[in-house]
Design a protein around this ligand. Structure first.
Ligand SMILES: *[C@@H]1O[C@H](CO)[C@@H](O)[C@H](O)[C@H]1NC(C)=O
Ligand SMILES: *[C@@H]1O[C@H](CO)[C@@H](O)[C@H](O)[C@H]1NC(C)=O
Ligand SMILES: *[C@@H]1O[C@H](CO)[C@@H](O)[C@H](O)[C@H]1NC(C)=O
Ligand SMILES: *[C@@H]1O[C@H](CO)[C@@H](O)[C@H](O)[C@H]1NC(C)=O
Ligand SMILES: *[C@@H]1O[C@H](CO)[C@@H](O)[C@H](O)[C@H]1NC(C)=O
Ligand SMILES: *[C@@H]1O[C@H](CO)[C@@H](O)[C@H](O)[C@H]1NC(C)=O
Ligand SMILES: *[C@@H]1O[C@H](CO)[C@@H](O)[C@H](O)[C@H]1NC(C)=O
Ligand SMILES: *[C@@H]1O[C@H](CO)[C@@H](O)[C@H](O)[C@H]1NC(C)=O
Length: 903
């Protein structure tokens, strides 16, 4: 068995090898492409035997206390040194001297308590210095002054009381300064002054107990694009001051998540007026009141995050001024205290009208009482609107519900989880651009007349799964022929007699699963030529494929020529008609699991040449035969036939086990979920361990059986053949033998013969012969026949004379009558001579002239000749009608003139 079982010998050798390796060297660093990974090795010393040309050395998660510069002499090409998660308490200046090319130095999660002016003195090429999670309390003087190339400096999670990292201007290339989770109380001009030449993309001061922003603090920084103050309990008034301090800075991105900003007013962000702020994060603030014109100062804002707040009321001027916002999340932003109508959040009409640039709006997980007629008015660029679980009770989608979106070029609308119970005609008629409509997980229970979808001229996908019940009619989707994906899972689906899907010529995905469908017509899916994915699992279709079904099996898959994925799990199928997957050449995946299938008909998968995945788990399959599964298993990449009651006998699974052992197909849980059921002695035994060698032993027997049967058959056929056509065989055999033995064709020129033909006839027919052959001689002077009575020399023995004459004649003519057949002489010698000559001189030397109708078998019996031996023009029949005698003579002349050879 090649699978699953470890061979004890290689295993032992592996252990030995491992032991030798680990004995020879104290560490097991892996080195690949000049990267040495020595992490998680409990190292207390720097490995000294790594290749000297490594550029990256990873020493994380060890027990190093120091990084002695001398031990790095060997690795002078290092550009990255990661010594995080050790217990290093001191860094020596010489380290960088030994590592002049070092660009990234990571000492995070160590025990550094101080850095001095000398520490990084020689680290001139450093671009990243990561000192997060140490215990650096205070920075004295200018330890980072020489780091002219530094781009990122991480000092978060230390105990630093201030932002001050130096007394002079420095770090002119710094882009990210991370100081989160320190003990910084106040930001002052003086303590940020060292950044006067820097241009910071990100200054992270999150999780500090900052209470004050003293005047000019941010202006001390060269330029500041991003400021993060998440999780700093600032409160509204400090934030107001913060914004004033940010006035006229270059700040673009401001993160104020979880800063106790309970309310905003027209003053809160006033300071940001003279900025070009594009991103503002106000999430997780418990924000309950957004005062009018709060955002009036932010005309360039593009991204606004307001999720997880507690807004009670959005008034018509709350969002005033946000004309550039493209992305707004209001997910979980409104109050959730109670379902009492008075306490439900309120959005005034026209509240969003200011957001003329908004493209994406997420309002999931809120508790709005309903949709108002001007709720979304003015969102003239809105493309994506998610309203999942937004409303306490939507109930009916009426023709006016979405009127406020009439002027939005909406492409996607998510209305899932809103307790919608009914859609009225024209409800979506305002949404002519809509491509995706999600109505899943609601309580819709109705007949779809088709009017519901009126106006959805661009719709591509409708998701209706998980609703109460849907009754489909032939017109249900008549107005949305552009539909490509339709999901109708678990909606207690009911159909009318005619197919509701017929108008959907572009449908590629159809989900009808979990509907307990028991009865469909064979034309339900007719015409869905583009359908690629069909989900029919968890229905009740078993009866449709039974042979006993009145009217025969229902071929509801016919014509689905582009189908790629077919799911028919859990339908109770116990029979599959042999033609049911016929012509489905593109099928890549078939799921037939959880049915009651036992025997599948041979050839059922013959057309599934593209099949990649087949699942038949939890059926009643006992045997896996090549005639059924051979074609399907050919290109398979994954197979699931687990939990079937396999019959572990040669006939049932030997082929399967042999296939398993040679295939690359992924079969998961093979050892544990493919167990023998029968015969009793193998019950519970893994199929893959079934020994196929005894099955092979039966192969010679089978072969013997086959060979002996074949021989018997051949023998019987030969006997029959010889009996019926033996003459022909022996005749051609003779021809062949004589050819092979060198009897040359005797095709002498006509003048080399004395006679044109020797004529054999019965004594009784001599008058006829005289009557017809002598006139021919008279007419053509060169033509001379050998006529026994006339030409035989007197005194020569009759037999010799005949042989001689035959040899001297170019042809031999038999005049066949009943008399000839009875003539004793003919029966013996004459015929023998003639046949002999025919063999020697090839076929055409014999001409048969039938004066009467003689059956072939009589001819054969008397003369050992058959019509089939001769070319047709050598067989002549004496015509009864006088007018055909001329034609006969002509034919005779043709026959006399033909060459004596087989062609
Ligand atoms: C550094 O190298 C010296 C000498 O090779 C060795 O004794 C010492 O243990 C090494 N120290 C570390 C921390 O690897
Ligand atoms: C690095 O050194 C090792 C031996 O120490 C050598 O096999 C390898 O080719 C070297 N790589 C390069 C890129 O020089
Ligand atoms: C070093 O290894 C650790 C743990 O395997 C990994 O998280 C870290 O990213 C590595 N450092 C570098 C620079 O690759
Ligand atoms: C920094 O690295 C470059 C190569 O990347 C090197 O040429 C230069 O000498 C290094 N600078 C210092 C000060 O070592
Ligand atoms: C804002 O952007 C404009 C042009 O994009 C620029 O002229 C102006 O200086 C910027 N203001 C600030 C404070 O950066
Ligand atoms: C801010 O709102 C107050 C009333 O709440 C108003 O008196 C004041 O004029 C407003 N300020 C601006 C700049 O709109
Ligand atoms: C909406 O339906 C009502 C009746 O149900 C009808 O009076 C009204 O004209 C319809 N409005 C539109 C815009 O179709
Ligand atoms: C169906 O798809 C084709 C090709 O993508 C497209 O040309 C045609 O307009 C579509 N039909 C409908 C009704 O949208």
């Amino acid at each position: 068995m090649s699978r699953g079982l470890l061979h004890p010998v290689p295993c032992f050798l592996g252990l030995l090898l491992f032991w030798i390796l680990s004995a020879s060297s104290a560490h097991r660093c892996t080195v690949r492409h000049q990267v040495a990974d020595c992490s998680h090795l409990k190292l207390t010393e720097i490995p000294d035997d790594l290749p000297a040309n490594i550029t990256v050395l990873n020493l994380t998660h060890n027990q190093l206390k120091k990084l002695p510069p001398a031990n790095f002499t060997r690795y002078s090409r290092l550009t990255v040194l990661d010594a995080g998660f050790n217990t290093i308490s001191k860094l020596e200046p010489d380290l960088c001297q030994k590592l002049p090319l070092l660009e990234i130095l990571n000492i995070q999660h160590n025990e550094l308590s101080q850095v001095s002016d000398k520490t990084f003195l020689f680290c001139l090429n450093l671009t990243e210095l990561l000192l997060r999670s140490n215990s650096i309390q205070k920075i004295q003087n200018n330890p980072f002054k020489n780091l002219k190339n530094l781009i990122k400096l991480d000092l978060s999670h230390n105990g630093m009381p201030s932002t001050k990292l130096g007394t002079e201007l420095q770090l002119q290339n710094l882009q990210e300064l991370l100081l989160s989770s320190n003990k910084i109380n106040v930001l002052t001009r003086e303590e940020l002054g060292f950044l006067g030449n820097s241009s910071l993309k990100k200054l992270d001061l999150s999780s500090n107990p900052i209470k004050e922003f003293s005047p000019g603090c941010f202006h001390a920084i060269g330029t500041l694009f991003g400021l993060s103050l998440n999780n700093v309990p600032l409160g509204p008034s400090v934030i107001e001051k913060l914004c004033l301090e940010l006035a006229s800075t270059s700040v673009r991105n401001l993160y104020l998540s979880d800063t106790q900003l309970f309310k905003t007013s027209n003053a809160t962000f006033a300071g940001l007026k003279q900025t070009n702020l594009t991103t503002l994060d106000l999430s997780h603030n418990g924000l309950s009141t957004i005062g009018n014109d709060s955002f009036a100062w932010l005309p360039r804002l593009g991204y606004l995050f307001l999720e997880y707040n507690n807004i009670g009321h959005l008034s018509s001027r709350s969002l005033y001024g946000l004309s550039s916002v493209r992305y707004l999340t209001l997910r979980h932003s409104f109050t959730k205290q109670s379902n009492s109508l008075a306490l439900l959040p309120k959005i005034d009409d026209f509240s969003f009208r200011w957001l003329t640039g908004l493209e994406y709006l997420n309002m999931d997980d809120n508790n709005f009482p309903g949709m108002k007629s001007n709720m979304f008015t003015g969102l003239i660029k809105l493309k994506y609107l998610s309203l999942s679980n937004s409303f306490t009770s939507f109930q009916t989608l009426a023709n006016e519900t979405f009127v406020s979106l009439a002027h939005s070029p909406l492409l996607m609308l998510n209305l899932s989880r809103n307790k919608i119970s009914k859609m009225e005609g024209g409800a979506f008629s305002w949404l002519g651009h809509l491509r995706v409509l999600d109505l899943g997980l609601n309580e819709i229970g109705q007949e779809l007349t088709g009017e519901e979808w009126r106006g959805l001229d661009s719709i591509v996908e409708i998701y209706l799964s998980y609703n109460k019940y849907l009754q489909l009619t032939s017109s249900s989707f008549a107005l949305v022929p552009s539909l490509q994906r339709l999901m109708l899972r678990r909606v207690a689906l009911r159909f009318a007699a005619t197919s509701p899907f017929r108008p959907l010529r572009n449908l590629t995905i159809l989900d009808l699963s979990n509907n307990n469908i028991a009865n469909i017509n064979d034309d339900l899916l007719e015409g869905l030529e583009k359908l690629e994915i069909l989900d029919l699992q968890h229905n009740n279709l078993a009866r449709l494929w039974k042979h006993a079904n009145p009217g025969g099996p229902v071929y509801f898959l016919k014509g689905l020529s582009h189908l790629h994925i077919l799911n028919l799990e859990s339908n109770g199928f116990d029979e599959i008609p042999v033609d049911v997957f016929k012509d489905l050449f593109q099928l890549k995946s078939i799921s037939l699991g959880l049915n009651n299938l036992n025997i599948l008909p041979p050839s059922v998968f013959d057309d599934q040449v593209s099949l990649r995945s087949l699942s038949l788990q939890k059926n009643l399959i006992t045997s896996i035969e090549k005639s059924v599964f051979g074609p399907a298993f050919k290109n398979l990449s994954s197979l699931d036939m687990s939990f079937n009651p396999f019959d572990c006998t040669c006939e049932s699974i030997a082929w399967f086990v042999t296939w398993i052992n040679s295939t690359h197909t992924n079969i998961s849980e093979l050892p544990s979920h493919y167990l023998c059921n029968t015969p009793p002695q193998y019950h519970g035994f893994p199929v893959m361990l079934f020994d196929v060698s005894p099955c092979k032993d039966s192969a010679p027997f089978e072969l013997f059986f086959m060979i002996s049967t074949s021989i018997l058959l051949i023998f019987i056929s030969a006997v029959l053949l010889i009996h019926l056509e033996g003459w022909r065989l022996s005749f051609y055999w003779n021809v062949l033998v004589h050819r092979a033995l060198g009897f040359k064709e005797v095709d002498r020129q006509p003048e080399q013969f004395d006679y044109a033909a020797y004529i054999i006839h019965a004594y009784e027919d001599r008058d006829w012969v005289w009557e017809h052959f002598s006139p021919m001689e008279e007419k053509d002077q060169t033509l001379r026949f050998c006529l026994e009575e006339r030409d035989f020399q007197a005194g020569v023995l009759e037999l010799e004379a005949i042989v001689n004459s035959i040899k001297r004649s170019r042809k031999t003519i038999f005049v066949i009558t009943q008399n000839l057949l009875k003539d004793p002489l003919c029966k013996r010698f004459k015929v023998h001579q003639a046949v002999q000559k025919a063999i020697e001189q090839n076929l055409d030397s014999i001409i048969l002239i039938f004066l009467e109708e003689i059956p072939d078998y009589k001819l054969n019996h008397a003369l050992c000749l058959r019509r089939g031996m001769f070319k047709s023009h050598c067989i002549l029949t004496w015509p009864v009608q006088v007018e055909r005698v001329n034609a006969f003579h002509h034919k005779l002349q043709v026959a006399l003139g033909s060459r004596n050879s087989v062609h």
